[in-house]
Design a binder for this molecule. Structure first.
Ligand SMILES: [Zn+2]
Length: 352
């Protein structure tokens, strides 16, 4: 099973070497060359977890970083990822039987894809400037799985989308929180504000019905509060969309304050001008205004937090210039991937 004909050779090879402890990992180097080194797993350090000694078992199976990845992907397919070693974990995937053809196929290709990503992430963080991110790793793994499944199970109708794939595998989705795409030919705006020690800023993103980023921005606002930052970021994006002809839009924010202001029309005087302008634009252009869960607004949240690192407004109309962690979050949304599970709640009503 290590060498699956649909999986890239480098991935299968990495899997074989990981199982046989032949990867050039610290504990193997120490053992082979009898040299002493201070070994820490860079992936676990980056996510603030106990780093532990870098060994094959730690990096590919037992470490916190690896466990987050395995449990996010195969945990959802009913496979237990804890209290096991790498060999046994892979056997659980390969020996798992399912009446569902898609599930069976996905489980057969998953192990080398995950092992390769864990290795890639570790090496890029050690030797390049990449900071390990479980979100980015999950997004890349999901991308590879969807791509291979679509390519090789040509008899099934699959859009290259993680959520469609999970549906085909009969995995329950209704209790997940995720960013939802706007309807066809429509755009969705997400904005957020941020305030650290009275320095405020905003951020936001415009995406189409395929989840593609049309525009993103980082807006430093100087002295202020998170409430004023939310208002101004919201207005900035509304104006940009209208100026660029994107008028059939849905606007989303997780800000309760903004919602209550727009709902009750009772605005503190210093915000009155901004809010009046927002209300006027929303009504004039018939824009639908929604409140979303914070977890579904992560791209905007991250862009807003980036505003503290710059003094000038940055507008991205090309994703290549976006910070790497923002790109990772955009991909997760695009692939409709959600690792959040909550009890089903009543959806937020549309407020306008
Ligand atoms: Zn680790």
């Amino acid at each position: 099973m290590i060498c699956h004909k649909h999986v890239l050779y480098k991935m299968s090879c990495a899997t074989w070497r990981a199982i046989h402890n032949r990867m050039p990992i610290d504990d193997m180097i120490v053992d082979k060359f009898k040299i002493t080194t201070v070994s820490k797993c860079v992936c676990c350090v980056a996510i603030g977890m106990n780093p532990g000694l870098e060994s094959s078992e730690h990096l590919f199976c037992k470490g916190d970083y690896a466990q987050r990845i395995w449990s996010s992907i195969i945990g959802r397919m009913g496979i237990i990822t804890r209290h096991t070693n790498l060999r046994e974990l892979l056997q659980r995937c390969w020996n798992s039987t399912s009446k569902n053809l898609v599930t069976e196929y996905v489980l057969s290709i998953i192990p080398p894809i995950i092992i390769w990503e864990l290795w890639r992430s570790r090496c890029n963080s050690r030797y390049e400037e990449e900071r390990p991110s479980t979100k980015r790793s999950i997004s890349l793994i999901a991308f590879n799985i969807c791509h291979l499944t679509k390519k090789n199970l040509s008899n099934i109708n699959l859009t290259e989308n993680w959520e469609s794939l999970l549906k085909l595998m009969d995995i329950q989705l209704e209790d997940t929180i995720k960013w939802s795409r706007p309807s066809h030919h429509s755009m969705k705006l997400n904005t957020d504000g941020s305030c650290i020690r009275e320095s405020s800023g905003g951020g936001g993103v415009v995406r189409d019905s395929n989840g593609n980023c049309i525009m993103a921005f980082i807006l430093p606002l100087g002295n202020g509060t998170s409430n004023t930052a939310e208002e101004k970021a919201f207005l900035f994006l509304l104006k940009w969309c209208i100026a660029n002809g994107h008028i059939f839009t849905t606007v989303e924010t997780d800000s309760l304050l903004l919602n209550s202001i727009l709902n009750l029309w009772s605005t503190p005087w210093r915000m009155r001008k901004t809010v009046d302008e927002i209300i006027e634009l929303i009504l004039r252009h018939n824009i639908q205004f929604n409140q979303c869960y914070r977890e579904a607004n992560k791209v905007a949240d991250k862009l807003a937090s980036c505003s503290h690192l710059t003094n000038t407004t940055i507008v991205f109309t090309d994703t290549s210039g976006l910070p790497a962690h923002v790109k990772g979050l955009l991909n997760l949304d695009k692939w409709q991937f959600s690792s959040f599970r909550i009890k089903k709640k009543e959806a937020f009503p549309n407020l306008l």
